[in-house]
Ligand binder design. Structure first.
Ligand SMILES: [Zn+2]
Ligand SMILES: [Zn+2]
Length: 156
């Protein structure tokens, strides 16, 4: 799709400018990571990203991965969501794609949930002395599969 290609192109340009401005090296690994994230990653952590890179024939070291994620978060191309002290996940930054994250506390699955009413309310919100870059809301709970399993186990 052309729109997707434009978004990806814009992201690459932004990253290039950022790396130049911060005197960072423009390594092929860094751009491969960006390319992959903007192609087909939705919510992911370092482990899933590492596996996906390996599958695409481009194994990247942990150090490079962490380092690149830090840069991508810093130049606001991706957002890091912290679930608790030890767990976090990432996703692409976008102000017009507002959604809720339904996070299952049991299996840690993350499901997007769109609510147009909430979206309108949030996007229309003018926040003083603050410029929002990305919107997301995390709702913790139990997914239907886990709720069903737990209920079954209780009966035993
Ligand atoms: Zn679950
Ligand atoms: Zn999301």
């Amino acid at each position: 799709m052309d729109k997707d290609r434009d978004i990806k192109q814009a992201a690459k340009q932004k990253f290039t400018d950022y790396l130049t401005a911060n005197k960072c090296r423009k390594t092929p690994e860094r751009f491969a990571i960006l390319e992959l994230i903007y192609s087909d990653m939705r919510h992911f952590d370092i482990d899933t990203l590492s596996v996906a890179l390996q599958k695409s024939g481009l194994p990247v070291s942990r150090a490079t991965l962490y380092n690149t994620m830090r840069l991508l978060v810093d130049c606001k191309l991706i957002v890091k969501h912290r679930l608790d002290k030890n767990r976090a996940f990432y996703e692409r930054a976008s102000t017009n794609d507002f959604h809720l994250h339904l996070v299952c506390t049991n299996c840690l699955s993350i499901t997007d949930y769109k609510d147009t009413e909430l979206q309108r309310a949030i996007l229309n919100k003018k926040i003083k002395k603050f410029k929002p870059v990305h919107y997301a809301l995390n709702v913790s709970g139990l997914c239907s599969e886990c709720a069903r399993q737990l209920k079954k186990n209780k009966k035993k």
